[in-house]
Design a protein around this ligand. Structure first.
Ligand code: SF4
Ligand code: SF4
Length: 442
């Protein structure tokens, strides 16, 4: 009996003004540039006006390989769920984001850590944390992120914990990194990290100096741009092998300055391991909703296109289609540790007492919060996502936001992929990139 074949829900068939009849499949990232006859036939098949059998055997074989035709419409979802749980319950590594303090020296208007109390880790808690790490006897790699507040306010704790880690023989540091605002990245700190190297450091800059200094200020509205650049110069000098990621927060007010600032800073750090990338500010804070001018999903794709066309900045439009949407919060061996030794699953929960899942000294566990993150609803349980034609290239956005909406009656944007609202345009850009890469191989 002949197996019934189906038109994949992840196909996108459309008429591009620039490239003619295009077929794209989001599960395999495959493209086909079609003749008018083939386009019309596939269009009819996609609408179930014609059957797959009208295609010749060779085309069917090729389409099966590229998952344009599928034997079972649910196969993708099963594969993704399996990959997701394999990764989520892999205990070979321990992942920690340690906040030695919740204090911050900046007063950014969009900060979601507003209204949180400043706390600092004591030496007693540092020891408890080290015992907690030591207790993971079957794990030999620790992936460590310093978090906050501003982690460098707790620099003394960072020093003591890293010294203590050296005495735990069965654990080696794997990934070691830190997001910081860069203001306290002094020569002393840079020299310390020369001896205790990080795999990367992430520093946030809010666009051009004039925009940045209005947003990322010290109390009293003191500017910070020049000091951050100066600190980074010395960090790079002492840590030339540590990649520096400059995250540039973008709102509508500063989006136009990205290209120019990118050019200026890239030339300032020419030849150094520095990557400057855009990050769109999200509406995580209530005060931001009224004060911040967030970039719309529709404008994001145009922004990236302009970067490429106007500033010749390399932009990767081709998506990763092996993403499961897994993040630290959904990983069984990942914890965010606050200054009192309290543990959370997601760093957005830091400082929220109801979200504490336990303590590094072993006290009480909040299984409700824990199980929601590990086994609660994900993109794979969302009906809109299950019907979505680009699910394989979408992470599903942030789970913390999904859970806020589901369990706390919020209405936050969970970053439904910007591609969805601009599909034809995005696919054209991906197609262009595919053509460029193919040419480069000759
Ligand atoms: S988050 Fe949005 S774009 Fe992503 S799969 Fe769900 S519906 Fe589609
Ligand atoms: S739930 Fe969201 S904020 Fe939390 S770790 Fe995951 S992606 Fe990050």
């Amino acid at each position: 009996m002949k197996t019934k074949l189906y038109w994949s829900q992840f196909n996108h068939l459309f008429n591009s003004k620039k490239y003619g009849h295009l077929l794209y499949n989001a599960e395999t990232n495959a493209f086909a540039n079609l003749s008018t006859n083939m386009f019309d036939l596939l269009n009819a098949i996609s609408k179930e006006e014609k059957v797959v059998d009208e295609l010749d055997d060779m085309t069917i074989e090729k389409f099966l390989q590229k998952k344009i035709l599928v034997k079972d419409k649910n196969d993708y979802l099963h594969r993704r769920r399996l990959r997701y749980y394999f990764q989520a319950f892999d205990t070979s590594n321990l992942g920690l984001a340690v906040a030695p303090t919740t204090a911050c020296n900046f007063i950014c208007p969009y900060c979601y850590e507003e209204n949180k109390v400043n706390k600092y880790m004591t030496e007693e808690v540092e020891q408890q944390l080290l015992s907690f790490i030591d207790g993971h006897k079957r794990t030999n790699i620790l992936n460590l992120t310093w978090y906050g507040g501003e982690p460098l306010i707790g620099f003394k704790s960072i020093q003591r914990i890293l010294e203590g880690l050296k005495k735990i023989n069965h654990i080696k540091l794997g990934l070691h990194n830190m997001p910081t605002n860069g203001y306290l990245l002094t020569k002393e700190v840079s020299l310390f990290f020369k001896e205790n190297p990080m795999n990367s450091i992430q520093v946030t800059i809010d666009g051009a100096k004039e925009h940045h200094d209005k947003l990322r200020m010290l109390p009293g509205n003191f500017p910070t741009f020049d000091k951050i650049v100066e600190n980074l110069d010395s960090f790079i000098e002492y840590n030339p092998k540590t990649p520096v990621f400059i995250r540039m927060n973008l709102l509508n007010d500063n989006i136009d300055s990205f290209g120019k600032t990118h050019k200026e800073l890239s030339s300032h750090w020419k030849g150094k391991d520095v990557l400057i990338y855009p990050a769109f500010v999200k509406d995580f804070s209530d005060s931001c909703k009224s004060n911040c001018n967030l970039v719309s999903r529709e404008d994001k794709i145009d922004f990236f296109r302009e970067l490429k066309e106007k500033y010749n900045i390399e932009v990767k439009f081709k998506p990763f289609n092996s993403s499961t949407g897994l993040c630290g919060a959904t990983h069984v061996n990942y914890f965010v540790v606050g200054p009192e030794g309290e543990m959370y699953k997601c760093w957005n929960d830091l400082g929220v007492s109801e979200k504490v899942i336990g303590y590094v000294d072993g006290r009480e566990k909040n299984y409700d919060v824990l199980t929601r993150y590990l086994a609660g609803p994900t993109i794979m349980d969302d009906n809109e996502c299950k019907d979505c034609s680009i699910m394989p290239i979408c992470t599903g956005g942030c789970l913390w936001v999904r859970h806020k909406n589901l369990y706390e009656n919020k209405d936050l944007d969970y970053s439904c992929c910007a591609r969805k609202n601009n599909l034809d345009k995005t696919i054209e850009l991906q197609y262009e990139e595919t053509l460029r890469t193919a040419k480069a191989k000759y």
